[in-house]
Design a protein around this ligand. Structure first.
Ligand SMILES: [Zn+2]
Ligand SMILES: [Zn+2]
Length: 437
């Protein structure tokens, strides 16, 4: 019997046996979301889980980052990353374990919190994978590095962990894996992209400055509200008129704030911009178009030289690029474990993930990022019939089908890690369903 057949026969019932433990963890994480950079309790719980599974755990790596290490003889080093942060969204799912937690955002405003991006699933899958790998540790050789990453939603966490010595204080990985829930896909399925998986991303603040004054005397002012309105419209021409239609890019002005009363012309207006791209050239083109348009519109409005707009970069992240060798190897593996009908090849997404930072270190470490189906099949069927989309991530109604999602995630991730480790031909597996962790 090939080791892989042996593994397939063992892994699914073993995960089923461990599911009550994982579901209890998932309920806790889901009911206790924490904002980006504040994942204190989540990180503590994750560290405790990984430690009790037998990993050597280091906490507070780049903020609340958790790094769990298990050395098991000679072989490759495989890293798996899960993100841990939640969002300022008021949960509307009515699940028995729905979040009622409130917190404060970076501006000090009180906000409702929810795991609306499914990072609670990712963290649970990481723990499930740890427990499975320890169950069959006599059958593989190598080093496993599992990380709980903070602040993915703000695009800062991966970079901070790297700066805090992720690749120098711990063994340098040969491959890095991650997954993300994908609600349009039924639970039980996975999907992957060959090449680019997620777009590159930049968030910018554009402060449009004018000269304020009385609303009844606009001729004595340089009105930044009108200038902001013009700038927003001009920015809509960047993608539609300047970027090659064969390229993929998107630019959104997501927030506009300025002024205090109807009869006061303010001094400035703040725009928050976000754009996505795949190619470096397109990134440069969009960035320089934003600078040119902001300045050009200000000049055209007669804004004084010393009141030109200020552009500040809040966050940037390159696209997630899947390594071709890992992609073909692991997508074939997924087809064998889950069945070909449960593995989909999908085009790149316009969403982003700061997971891409892990691939920037020279020499580049191969990455593989895949999508995990998370919705109830019946719900998807009904939504398709009614021609509506089922609630996706960042939506207050997002309610993943926990059991099939977590089980498929643990199965896919465990098998992927084992496939990349050095596995002996006679993989030693414990009795089916016997969980001793
Ligand atoms: Zn998200
Ligand atoms: Zn996410």
């Amino acid at each position: 019997m090939e080791w892989i057949d042996h593994l397939f026969a063992w892994v699914s019932p073993a995960i089923e046996g461990d599911y009550p433990h994982l579901f209890e963890l998932y309920r806790y994480l889901h009911a206790n979301p924490e904002l980006s950079g504040e994942e204190e309790k989540t990180a503590m719980r994750l560290a405790a889980e990984l430690e009790s599974a037998g990993f050597q755990v280091t906490s507070n790596v780049g903020g609340h980052g958790v790094v769990a290490l298990y050395r098991n003889g000679d072989g490759p080093t495989i890293m798996v990353r899960a993100d841990m942060d939640a969002l300022p969204v008021r949960e509307a799912t009515l699940l028995p374990y729905a979040s009622t937690v409130r917190g404060r955002d970076s501006e000090g405003r009180e906000v409702d919190l929810m795991h609306a991006c499914g990072h609670d699933i990712h963290t649970t899958v990481l723990v499930g994978t740890a427990r499975m790998l320890m169950q069959c540790r006599d059958g593989w050789r190598g080093t496993v590095l599992l990380i709980g990453q903070p602040a993915e939603e703000t695009g800062k966490g991966a970079e901070r962990m790297i700066k805090d010595g992720l690749f120098s204080r711990f063994p340098r990985p040969d491959s890095i894996l991650a997954l993300h829930v994908a609600p349009p896909l039924p639970a039980g399925m996975v999907a992957y992209s060959d090449g680019y998986a997620m777009a590159g991303c930049a968030s910018l603040e554009l402060r449009i400055r004018g000269v304020g004054g009385h609303g009844s005397r606009p001729h004595e002012t340089k009105d930044p509200v009108v200038l902001a309105a013009e700038t927003v419209l001009l920015l809509q021409t960047v993608i539609s008129r300047e970027i090659d239609p064969m390229e993929t890019a998107v630019l959104t002005v997501g927030s506009i704030h300025g002024g205090s009363r109807s009869n006061i012309i303010p001094d400035d207006v703040l725009l928050e911009l976000n754009y996505r791209y795949f190619k470096e050239k397109v990134d440069r083109q969009i960035r320089s178009a934003i600078e040119r348009i902001a300045k050009g519109a200000a000049i055209a409005s007669g804004v004084p030289e010393d009141r030109m707009p200020l552009l500040t970069t809040i966050m940037t992240g390159p696209p997630v690029l899947n390594d071709s060798r890992l992609t073909s190897r692991l997508s074939a593996l997924f087809s064998r474990i889950l069945g070909e009908e449960n593995v989909q090849k999908v085009p790149p997404m316009s969403a982003s993930d700061d997971f891409s930072h892990f691939g920037l270190e020279e020499p580049a470490i191969p990455l593989f990022y895949f999508f995990l189906g998370a919705s109830d099949r019946e719900k998807i069927r009904k939504c398709t019939k009614d021609d509506i989309s089922s609630p996706g991530i960042h939506n207050p109604f997002f309610a993943p089908a926990a059991e099939p999602t977590i089980r498929t995630g643990v199965e896919a991730m465990t098998c992927a890690v084992l496939d990349l480790l050095a596995v002996s031909e006679d993989l030693l597996l414990p009795e089916t369903g016997e969980i001793v962790v």
